[in-house]
Design a protein around this ligand. Structure first.
Ligand code: ATP
Ligand code: MG
Length: 282
């Protein structure tokens, strides 16, 4: 199945999240089939990421946005965090600090974009500045409404420097979210996640939906696409994102560098060292 084709938001089209499914099985017969697919895909991603790192010419930025409990952390644990940490870093973006707020909204974001050869995963991102900031009225409309264009310019800048951008919205239903909140309540090890603000945001579900729809519509350039991933089944979410990352890395086609040493010469040196070692250990 082509997960990119399936979940990519078409540019220039109105986005209506209420029309998009949250509970999807895709090509998978069951959970274990999806998990096997994800494990295999993760292996391929690791191999491609190794090439990306060694090549050192291109980079990948993965943006994760979602309502609370939609599974950003799980996705990072099961898929994105499976890459070699030497070439991949995750950046959570929380409420901005005083210092961050004294700069433009992209300042803290730009500092975390991937260098050549690297992958950056954004757990929340610059999109919060047209989502929570808009819904909670943190800055006037005149300020946030100009940000869509600024974001498009910013993402074009990154693209022009060889950064591929994938933006994922993890799409869960209100029912599934409440069930997950309930599980957090039952499990003392998850009590630290309990947050009154999460319940407040549920009350503003429609406003958040509209803000997401606008962001996906206005900031969906050809080379920085949005994907809506059905996320009620955690295993489908992981499999779909893994597949899209894999396909993208395959398309980037990172190459191991051409060698500029004489293989015969190196072989000669190697054999000489072997002989020396043998002589010494006799
Ligand atoms: P979890 O799903 O585990 O709760 P989380 O990503 O929600 O993880 P939290 O520490 O609960 O992490 O929340 C971070 C908070 O920071 C979110 O409510 C988010 O909306 C807020 N935030 C992020 N960026 C901004 C921003 N630019 N302006 C205002 N608030 C922001
Ligand atoms: Mg939270």
């Amino acid at each position: 199945m082509d997960f990119i084709k399936q979940h990519r938001i078409k540019s220039g089209k109105k986005v209506d999240l209420s029309e998009m499914e949250t509970r999807v099985k895709g090509p998978f017969a069951d959970k274990s089939a999806a998990k096997a697919f994800t494990a295999e895909t993760n292996d391929a991603i690791r191999e491609l990421q190794y090439r990306l790192f060694v090549e050192g010419k291109q980079s990948l930025l993965v943006v994760l946005q979602a309502p609370d409990a939609a599974g950003k952390d799980g996705l990072i644990r099961n898929v994105l965090g499976q890459m070699n940490p030497q070439g991949c870093r995750t950046f959570p973006f929380k409420v901005p600090s005083k210092l961050e707020l004294s700069h433009d909204f992209l300042w803290r974001i730009h500092a975390c974009t991937p260098a050549k050869g690297m992958v950056s995963v954004f757990n929340r991102s610059h999109y919060e500045d047209v989502l929570v900031v808009r819904v909670e009225d943190i800055v006037p409309k005149q300020v946030w409404s100009e940000r869509y264009e600024l974001i498009n310019h910013f993402e074009s800048l990154l693209r022009s420097c060889g950064t591929r951008i994938l933006k994922f919205y993890l799409h869960i239903s209100l029912e599934e979210q409440l069930e997950r909140f309930g599980k957090r309540l039952e499990n003392p090890a998850k009590h630290w996640k309990l947050n009154l603000g999460d319940y407040e945001a549920r009350g503003k579900w429609d406003s958040y939906r509209s803000a997401y729809e606008d962001a996906m519509e206005k900031c969906n350039q050809q080379d920085a696409p949005w994907f809506v991933i059905p996320a009620d089944h955690k295993w489908y979410r992981d499999a779909a994102v893994a597949s899209i990352v894999r396909q993208t890395l395959e398309d980037m086609d990172p190459q191991l560098p051409k060698i500029d040493v004489d293989l015969d010469e190196v072989r000669g040196l190697y054999e000489r060292e072997q002989v020396k070692l043998n002589d010494e250990t006799k």
